[in-house]
Design a protein around this ligand. Structure first.
Ligand code: COA
Length: 186
């Protein structure tokens, strides 16, 4: 596991200290509540879904309370096994803690972590394109994200088609990092 994921980052902003760290099972109920605060912008996640994917969540902790979360999922590309995308989802900050940099710090930590997998791109579907543009995401036609449409949107209960859904699709091309060292075969 990469250092970026196992370590916690302390952030001080506007006199409030919070920690960005990987989530644990003890955080599940608070993650559920923070996501549930934003039913218009973020799809609710069932408790069981959060438990099963806890290794794909980061949280922001302020004085022992979970005030923000972000998660990700891997979108495989059929026929091109080394070229999956990673979608960042469930980005949520408690209403009384917005504007403190929590969302940005969580997103930076998740992006840093998922880059270590070398995805071809990082994807978001969002009602806040301007927010993600600040982090380097650019708009992309939904037709280019068929894997996402098949894995997620096909089960959507809010809109009858991903093409009438008002969420904007955006991608971030990951910086190319050094190739992984190869272990010589014996
Ligand atoms: C969007 C969200 C994650 C931002 O988190 P945050 O911790 O409040 O944001 P930060 O403190 O990191 O960033 C604040 C900056 O982003 C801007 N910003 C915040 N929300 C924004 C939005 N929806 N669109 C554009 N800019 C936004 C603020 O104006 C502020 O700008 P400034 O630094 O120039 O003053 C948070 O408001 C939230 O949980 N919203 C509801 C759920 C949601 O929309 N999630 C994203 C769905 S993919």
């Amino acid at each position: 596991m990469s250092d970026s994921f196992t370590s916690a980052t302390k952030v001080t902003m506007k006199q409030r200290k919070y920690i960005i760290r990987p989530a644990g099972f003890e955080d599940v109920r608070e993650i559920y509540q923070v996501i549930k605060e934003h039913p218009r912008e973020v799809l609710p996640r069932a408790i069981s879904d959060i438990v099963q994917n806890i290794d794909r969540f980061m949280v922001a902790e302020l004085k022992g309370r979970i005030v923000g979360t972000a998660s990700w999922q891997i979108l495989p590309e059929i026929g091109r096994v080394s070229e999956p995308s990673v979608e960042i989802k469930s980005v949520s900050v408690a209403r009384d803690c917005q504007g403190l940099g929590v969302g940005t710090a969580l997103l930076r930590a998740v992006i840093r972590h998922v880059r270590t997998y070398h995805p071809v791109q990082i994807v978001v579907l969002t009602f806040s394109p301007d927010y993600f543009r600040r982090l380097g995401f650019v708009e992309t036609p939904k037709e280019k994200l068929m894997h996402k449409l098949y894995m997620g949107c096909i089960n959507c209960t809010k809109y009858d088609s991903p093409f009438t859904c008002p969420e904007v699709a955006m991608t971030l091309k990951p910086r190319r990092s050094a190739p992984r060292p190869r272990t010589p075969s014996k």
